[in-house]
Every structure is written in structure tokens, then in C-alpha cells.
Design a binder for this molecule. Structure first.
Ligand code: AMP
Length: 357
């Protein structure tokens, strides 16, 4: 257990780090942000190191000033996580961080657990891509193995002769590693988020439905309107097995496809706070950010139960300028990340609309 007043080190300076820091301060901890530049998280944290993730002297100095490290940014280099872990507990661990940032490792893990996914092949060049599309058949999606987010680093292919163009489109020549997935004909997309404590205790949030636009999360509905007891049970079981295998201390989000036959396929994993669990800030008894703080600090996890059905709406780009409207909407809770630069599609904030029963 880390004591009151201890310092939680956070890798990453975005909105997830900001909301995590706010939850940590409320529970009596301090937070030290490590990020390459100022951002939403450094606005709320007086302790910060501005350095790149491969600056080893800066990482070591950071390790000496914090009691535990977690991350809000998916793509922390494995070397940085290992270096930190040699000095201070890193939660979730190095294995979880490495696995969730690399689609090869992620798919390999899911296969070793016998979990349903889209059919997939690992690829290293355009010839592999053409062969994979041939073998899988039908429309496919090519994704970079690393550094993809919000639908970036992805290209769609209808046939093997589009391999070269797709490989170039995702910047394949510079990434070098990718996966080709068969396009899944899903009914809807969901996610299952859980927290796992230092002692292995699990707390599950409701299975939610996620709606995307152009690869970016638009809204989350909690609980999933098209969910069922059986789907919820399946989702919890999948997520628990993955979290146990990765020995996660913290959060795990499992993005899921719901298929017409009532079964689930796993799309991808994140071992950090997740956009599809922002609804928990107002719609659950204890939110994902507090659960993460509790987990890494060795406190008992809180009640993940539902306060009321909730709709989370992301505010992208200029939509944040409608904050007055949301501020005057009864039942709406506005969360503004304090970002200055308005870019189309950039996540600027979100609104939670909770229906109380
Ligand atoms: P990802 O970054 O892998 O989560 O992909 C972003 C979005 O693209 C997903 O939320 C889906 O809407 C869509 N997508 C990704 N992979 C597939 C797939 N194999 N089949 C169908 N749609 C997909």
C-alpha cells in the first residue's frame, strides 16, 4: 500500500492524465506528470517533468521522485517502462504495457487464450499483405502494428491487388510491421472495462455500446441498450481472463464486436483509462479514474455499480464551443480538457447525461 501523500507518477500529459490527477488529489495523493510537453494534465499538476520518453537521465530522476508509476499514454516505449520498473513499481506492469501497444503481441495473447477475434495475419511488407487478403478472403483492414489510434494507421482493402496502395497509405514502409484483419460484420460495438486491484480483486463496469464516426468514438451508452445478461457475462469472463493473464494492476478496457449469433469477438485492448468509460465519472458509483488510483495505491476497489443509465458524448473540435448549451442542459455534466488548440476531430471534452431512475 502506498501511504497518504505519496506521489503517483503518470506517464503522459493528456486528458486521461488530467482526470486521473484530479481523482488522485481528491484521495490525498500527489501526482507527478512525465510528458514530452505541456498539456491538459500539466495544467493541474505542479509536479512535472517535460522530457522525451527516451531521455534516460530524466526517467531515472522521475523514478526517484515518485512512489508508483502508471500511464495514461499507450505508447510509452518498453525500454522506458523497464527502466522505471527497475526502480519503482510500474502498474500495470511492463508486460501489459508492451502487449497493449503492439497488435502482434495483442493478437498473439488473445490466440493463446483461445479468444475469438477477427481472422488476422501478421505482415511485414506488401507481399505479405496481398497473401493475407487472399487467405482471409473478402474485405479486409490493414493496420499498423504500433502507434495507431482513433482509426489512424488503417486502410481498407477489397482485394489482394490493393495491397501496395494500402501498405503505402498506412505508412507501411516506415512502420514495417502490420496486421491484416478480415472485416467483421458486427451488429454493434461495445466495450468491457474492469479494474483489478493489487490483490487480484476485480470490479467490472457495465458492458457499454460505443458508436464511432470516422474511426473516432462519438458516444457511449451505458448500459448497452442491446446488451443482455448473457452478453454481459461473456464480456466479463473474457476481460477477467485477459486481466489475470497480464497480471494487470489498474484498468483494462476490452473493445468488442457483437456478432449476429450473440457471440463476441475481441477487437483491441487498453490497459489505461479509456474514453468508453468516461461515463463512469457521473454514471457509476466510483469512476474509472478513482478505481485506477485505488488499484495502484493498494486501496480496496470501489463500487462500480450504475447510478443511472448514462450517455457520454465526446465533444470534438469546435463542438467544445457549445459548452454554454451543455452547461444549461439539466442533467448534463460537462468535462472540458482545457485544450487551447481547436482541431477538427480533436477530443476537446465530453458530456455525461445521466438519467436518474
Ligand atoms: P481500432 O483502432 O482497431 O479500434 O479500429 C477503429 C474502428 O474501426 C473500430 O472501432 C471499428 O469500428 C473499425 N474496425 C476495426 N477493425 C475492424 C474489423 N476487423 N472489422 C470491422 N471493423 C473494424
Amino acid at each position: 500500500m502506498i501511504p497518504r501523500g505519496a506521489v503517483i507518477g503518470v506517464l503522459g500529459g493528456g486528458q486521461l492524465g488530467r482526470m486521473l490527477a484530479l481523482a488522485a488529489y481528491r484521495l490525498g495523493y500527489r501526482v507527478h506528470i512525465f510528458a514530452p510537453e505541456e498539456g491538459p494534465a500539466t495544467q493541474v499538476s505542479p509536479l512535472r517533468t517535460l522530457a522525451s520518453y527516451d531521455d534516460e537521465p530524466a526517467l531515472l530522476a522521475f523514478a526517484d521522485r515518485v512512489d508508483v508509476v502508471t500511464c495514461e499514454f499507450e505508447n510509452v516505449p518498453a525500454r522506458a517502462a523497464e527502466l522505471l520498473a527497475s526502480r519503482v513499481p510500474v502498474r500495470p506492469g511492463v508486460l501489459a504495457l508492451a502487449t497493449c501497444q503492439d497488435r502482434w503481441l495483442e493478437k498473439g495473447l488473445l490466440a493463446s487464450l483461445d479468444m475469438p477475434t477477427a481472422p488476422w495475419r501478421a505482415v511485414r511488407d506488401e507481399h505479405d499483405v496481398a497473401r493475407a487478403v487472399q487467405e482471409i478472403g473478402g474485405p479486409c483492414i490493414l493496420k499498423t502494428a504500433r502507434l495507431g489510434y482513433d482509426g489512424k494507421g488503417q486502410a481498407r482493402l477489397a482485394s489482394p491487388d490493393q495491397a501496395r496502395q494500402a501498405w503505402e497509405e498506412i505508412g507501411g514502409p516506415s512502420h514495417r510491421l502490420g496486421v491484416v484483419e478480415g472485416k467483421v460484420d458486427f451488429l454493434w460495438e461495445g466495450s468491457q472495462v474492469l479494474a483489478r486491484g493489487l490483490d487480484g480483486q476485480l470490479a467490472f463496469y457495465e458492458l457499454v455500446e460505443n458508436r464511432h464516426e470516422r474511426g473516432i468514438l462519438r458516444e457511449t451508452l451505458a448500459p448497452a441498450p442491446r446488451g443482455s445478461l448473457a452478453l454481459g457475462e461473456q464480456a466479463r469472463l473474457l476481460a477477467a481472463r485477459i486481466a489475470d493473464r497480464l497480471d494487470i494492476v489498474g484498468l483494462l478496457a476490452v473493445e468488442l464486436f457483437v456478432l449476429a449469433d450473440g457471440s463476441l469477438a475481441v477487437n483491441e485492448l487498453a490497459a489505461r483509462p479509456h474514453n468508453s468509460a468516461h461515463w463512469t465519472q457521473d454514471g457509476a458509483r466510483i469512476c474509472q479514474f478513482e478505481q485506477l488510483v485505488r488499484a495502484i495505491a493498494g486501496l480496496p476497489l470501489g463500487d462500480p455499480g450504475l447510478r443511472g443509465p448514462t450517455r457520454m458524448l465526446n465533444l470534438l473540435g469546435e463542438e467544445i464551443l457549445e459548452r454554454d448549451r451543455w452547461a444549461s442542459t439539466p442533467g448534463a455534466r460537462l468535462h472540458d480538457y482545457g485544450k487551447d488548440e481547436l482541431l477538427p476531430g480533436r477530443k476537446m471534452g465530453h458530456v455525461n447525461l445521466v438519467q436518474r431512475g
